[in-house]
Design a protein around this ligand. Structure first.
Ligand code: NAP
Length: 275
């Protein structure tokens, strides 16, 4: 779809990937509804972008929690008024560490935010999207959905669930105007990764991309309507090999397992709901 023809709902707009994507969307002529929880961050971004999008029909912001029914209903109501035709499910929470340390609070936050909320928000917005001559849903997942890496068991499970949801829904809606797409970044340089995850990525040689590169890939997905894409040819090849013979890949993760066991737990800073 042409960017100038899009009216986008962008969740996680106050975060690293979200704000870089919002900047590019506005630059390319899209209408954007910024969605996030942190009022201050969202308003700061809206006022920065406001210079390039002087009226509220071009740019607006909504402070909601997407894990609540009320939050999703508020997005649906504004999306109807804005005649939205693109939903980018980008909001997410991280989870890194030994699975023996996984708390119920963090596991539920990951499942609720990374899987349940995008599924329910998509369902809630489908009537609006299906009215459009062309519409797109882009779900932001992760490389970790297709390659299980020690330390990311619960987080990877939520992103694998989002990928399965995207694939089924794409087939379910094949004869409608709505395209469902899945985007899988590898590590990205944002506050999403706490000190422990960043050290782990460095020690294991995981490649990290800039937010600008990732945002450009999201914009390209809108233009191309490609059903699925990731970043990094090595990661894409590894994902294919992993799908073909997962057992044969297990030996490639010794370094990751050792790094996970030796990282001091004092580096962990859980990314909880902001004040
Ligand atoms: N960074 C990486 O290494 C990486 C790699 C692969 C995939 N991803 C995925 O990329 C997406 C964006 O990540 P990021 O790196 O930009 O993270 P980030 O900077 O931490 O931003 C996360 C965004 O999600 C929003 N959010 C979280 N919970 C929410 C809730 N309940 N309701 C509404 N908004 C909520 C946050 O809003 P507040 O700021 O208001 O809390 C923030 O805008 C995520 O889905 C993540 O899983 C990230």
């Amino acid at each position: 779809m042409k960017l100038s023809q899009t009216s986008v709902v962008l969740t996680g707009a106050s975060g690293g990937i979200g704000s870089a994507t919002a900047r590019l969307l506005i630059h390319e002529g899209a209408k954007v509804l910024l969605v996030g929880r942190s009022k201050d961050k969202l308003m700061k971004l809206a006022s920065e972008l406001g210079a390039g999008a002087s009226d509220r029909s071009r740019l607006d912001a909504l402070v909601v929690d997407i894990t609540t029914d009320a939050g999703r209903a508020a997005i649906r109501d504004v999306a109807q008024a804005r005649n939205v035709n693109v939903l980018i499910n980008n909001a997410g929470v991280p989870g890194f560490g030994p699975s023996i340390e996984l708390s119920s609070v963090d596991a539920q936050a990951m499942v609720n935010t990374n899987l349940l909320a995008p599924m329910l928000l998509t369902s809630c917005l489908l009537p609006q999207l299906m009215k459009q001559p062309r519409a797109q849903v882009i779900n932001v997942g992760s490389t970790l959905a297709r390659i299980g890496v020690p330390g990311f068991a619960a987080y990877g499970a939520t992103k694998a669930g989002l990928r399965a949801f995207s694939e089924s829904l794409r087939r379910e809606l094949a004869e409608t105007s709505v395209k469902v797409q899945y985007f899988a970044p590898r590590a990205v340089d944002t506050q999403f990764n706490d000190a422990r995850a960043t050290t782990f990525n460095t020690v294991t040689g995981s490649r990290t991309d800039s937010v600008d590169k990732v945002a450009a890939a999201i914009i390209e997905m809108i233009r191309s309507e490609r059903i699925e894409r990731g970043i990094g040819w090595i990661e894409q090849l590894a994902a294919r090999l992993n799908a073909l013979c997962p057992g044969a890949m297990d030996g490639a993760f010794t370094k990751h397992r050792h790094a996970l066991q030796t990282l001091p737990s004092s580096l962990t800073q859980l990314n909880r709901k902001p004040s």
